[in-house]
Design a protein around this ligand. Structure first.
Ligand SMILES: Nc1ncnc2c1ncn2[C@@H]1O[C@H](COP(=O)(O)OP(=O)(O)OP(=O)(O)O)[C@@H](O)[C@H]1O
Ligand SMILES: [Mg+2]
Length: 254
């Protein structure tokens, strides 16, 4: 089953009357339960790709379909509804509301969707389960300024999962984290993926990418190559995965 399919995707920015062709004829399919990393030099179009395929931004040309539904055909309202209900987002800068607790930040997107008291109760239950699973139950009542970077990013992952999305889009989710916190966060992504959620993430970090199943290399707005590492199982073959990824990236001149 195809979750996402981009065909002849182009994105052009015009700044000071100069045209910048950031995505140039991208063709990409992401299948159900895949875990895909996007790598490539700074400015190559990784974030733009993630934003265009997730409907956060409109493509200049080409098509994107999500479970067969053409994104271009959706109104802005339909698009935001789709994003809220079926997609989860995690960013490098953890966008949280500073005056709300960790818990309230997590349930926010689900409360937007929940109509009845019963639905809100179900949200609370889900939030507690997710926090437990990600090991941050004890931070529920903390202010977002009173937790570590790794805990806060795990809270952001809980929030991205609160509406049980079909896919999670993550832009450098470990970009602001130290090594230990990155490993924690990636372990969560691996587990979420194992449980069935499709993941597409952008990263500069080879260790992060080596935990993904397939790696795309984008350069000057074109997917130059891709590599299949297969599903990550446990840490035992981590070294071998990193070495083969490293060899491949070196060949690409990374
Ligand atoms: N909103 C925008 N308006 C104009 N140009 C933009 C906009 N967003 C990105 N660009 C340009 O598009 C190109 C690709 O940017 P993008 O953010 O996708 O790169 P990236 O691969 O994510 O880089 P990085 O690794 O540094 O995050 C860059 O040349 C950038 O300047
Ligand atoms: Mg980027």
């Amino acid at each position: 089953m195809e979750v996402l399919k981009a065909e002849h995707l182009c994105k052009t920015y015009i700044v000071n009357k100069r045209q910048n062709n950031v995505l140039r004829n991208i063709n990409l399919t992401i299948r159900e339960n895949e875990m895909v990393a996007v790598m490539g030099p700074s400015g190559s179009g990784k974030t733009t790709l993630l934003y265009t395929v997730s409907g956060m931004d409109r493509a200049t040309a080409g098509k994107v379909s999500f479970f067969g539904r053409e994104l271009m055909d959706l109104s802005a309202n339909q698009m935001s509804d789709l994003r809220l209900k079926e997609m989860g987002f995690v960013f490098q800068q953890m966008y949280v509301l500073k005056n709300l607790s960790v818990y309230d930040n997590i349930i926010l997107p689900a409360y937007q969707k929940a109509g009845s008291k019963k639905e809100r109760q179900a949200v609370n239950e889900r939030a507690r389960k997710l926090m437990h699973k990600l090991g941050i139950s004890e931070t529920a009542d903390n202010a977002v300024t009173e937790v570590s970077g790794g805990q806060l990013q795990r809270a952001c992952i809980c929030r991205s999962l609160i509406n049980a999305p079909k896919i999670i889009f993550a832009d450098e989710p470990t970009g602001a984290l130290n090594k230990q916190n990155s490993i924690e966060v990636m372990s969560e992504f691996n587990r979420i993926n194992e449980e069935g959620t499709t993941i597409m993430l952008v990263t500069h970090d080879m260790k992060v990418a080596s935990r993904c199943e397939r790696i795309l290399y984008i350069e000057d707005g074109v997917i130059r190559d891709e590599m299949h590492l297969g599903k990550w199982r446990d840490a035992s073959d981590q070294g071998a995965r990193e070495r083969s990824l490293n060899d491949w990236l070196m060949k690409l001149g990374w």
